[in-house]
Write a protein that binds this ligand. Structure first.
Ligand code: NDP
Length: 365
């Protein structure tokens, strides 16, 4: 692969950490963000890997993200805890809430973690996967900036609002799905605009409310939820769970707060953890998980199926051994920047080119 550079995961982590420290994040935030970025590269979820470093830095330089906020943990009710990120990025807040949430779920059967005032530009699978590794069933919900019109509407209101679910397995890593509630990721539309490609029908509408296959018109208009009103209801649910339920912003409010349009909205996240053994009389976790395995077996008996998260685990096996391929343009700019020099050119990487360009300008300033 001539247009890509191979890096091992230690190099990915070191590069991310050095860049974040050089830009002013304190060591615990830099470490937590670098862990998140490295996990994304490891699982070949590249839109949340090194590609995101400029987003983190851009929000810091715009004065929207705290470089050193210490998250505070409080207990709100016997089964409800809260981590206030105080305008820091979410990875550290999630690290702080992880263990107390798991312990509470094991004690009570079910527990809820409300994360507040956190900037979130990451995937959700790491937090639910970690809980399922401890034998818990887990859900996570995050709202974002307003990009998606409600079903039948024409104006952006919902975020791309992902939700994630994890289920522990007997002799395998947890089953996890983590999906946006929009028909496509925003970055997908921007990639197609960059590449001069049209969109499939059903992804977006233009400012006139009519369906469009033109990426530029789509970005000026609104994305659509997946599956019509059904996806719209899921986006609505995520708004309520990650916003009013935990006392935090709706996507459109987070969008208003993001004055510098950094693409790093600040808001809430809801995580729910359930101990399966506390959900049946006598608590036979092994039997419950074996019952779940039966479903997975039946799914996989059908040709053409796979389980969600299988792709990530396959990637993980490969990348832990062989490293990852980072687009050369991204690698070179990060190295230039790492050496303390200005980035001379603004590249489109493999994703969110518009926001990325803005972010790189900020990195170079
Ligand atoms: P995808 O559509 O790529 O994947 C969604 C889920 O479906 C994944 O769990 C994936 O598993 C699974 N999947 C894909 N194909 C199959 C298949 N053939 N059979 C079974 N399962 C399958 O993700 P999205 O584009 O919806 O979201 C991408 C990421 O962006 C998520 O991690 C999300 O959290 C994040 N995001 C974050 C936002 C934020 O504000 N922080 C906003 C919006 C999205 P696998 O991983 O194994 O492919």
């Amino acid at each position: 692969m001539n247009d890509a550079v191979r890096m091992n995961l230690a190099e990915v982590h070191a590069t991310a950490t050095e860049l974040l420290l050089a830009q002013g994040f304190n060591d615990i935030h830099a470490e937590a963000i670098a862990n998140t970025v490295t996990a994304a590269e490891r699982d070949e979820c590249r839109h949340h890997g090194l590609f995101r470093i400029p987003f983190y830095v851009n929000a810091l330089k715009a004065g929207q993200a705290s470089p050193d906020a210490e998250p505070t943990l409080t207990t709100l009710a016997p089964g409800v805890i809260r981590v206030d990120a105080h305008n820091g990025f979410s990875p550290l807040a999630l690290e702080r809430g992880d263990e107390p949430l798991a312990k509470l779920a094991q004690q009570n059967g079910v527990a809820v973690l409300a994360v507040n005032n956190a900037l979130n530009v990451a995937a959700l699978w790491p937090e639910v996967e970690r809980l399922a590794e401890r034998g818990l069933v887990a859900f996570a919900f995050v709202s974002a900036a307003p990009y998606v019109a409600p079903a039948g509407g024409t104006k952006p209101l919902f975020g791309t609002n992902p939700m994630a679910f994890a289920w522990p397995r007997l002799d395998a890593p947890p089953l996890v799905f983590d999906q946006a509630s929009s028909a496509s990721a925003r970055g997908e539309i921007q990639i197609r605009m960059r590449d001069g490609k049209s969109l499939p029908e059903g992804w977006a509408i233009g400012p006139n409310g009519k369906s469009t296959t033109d990426p530029k018109t789509a970005l000026a208009g609104a994305q659509l939820p997946f599956g019509g009103f059904k996806g719209s209801s899921i986006a609505l649910m995520v708004e309520l769970l990650a916003g009013p339920l935990v006392g935090d912003a709706l996507s459109f409010e987070a969008g208003e707060r993001d004055k510098a349009k950094t693409g790093a909205p600040c808001g809430g996240e809801l995580i729910i953890a359930i101990d399966p053994a506390r959900c049946v009389p006598g608590g036979d976790r092994k039997a419950q998980l074996a019952h779940g395995e039966l479903l997975f077996t039946k799914i996989l008996e059908q040709e053409g199926t796979r389980l969600p998260s299988d792709r990530r685990y396959e990637a993980r096996k490969r990348t832990v051994k062989d490293g990852v391929f980072v687009p050369r343009s991204l690698y070179e700019d990060l190295q230039t920047f790492r050496a303390g020099k200005q980035i001379k050119k603004l590249n489109d990487y493999e994703g969110d080119s518009l926001i990325h360009e803005q972010a790189l300008k900020s990195l170079a300033s």
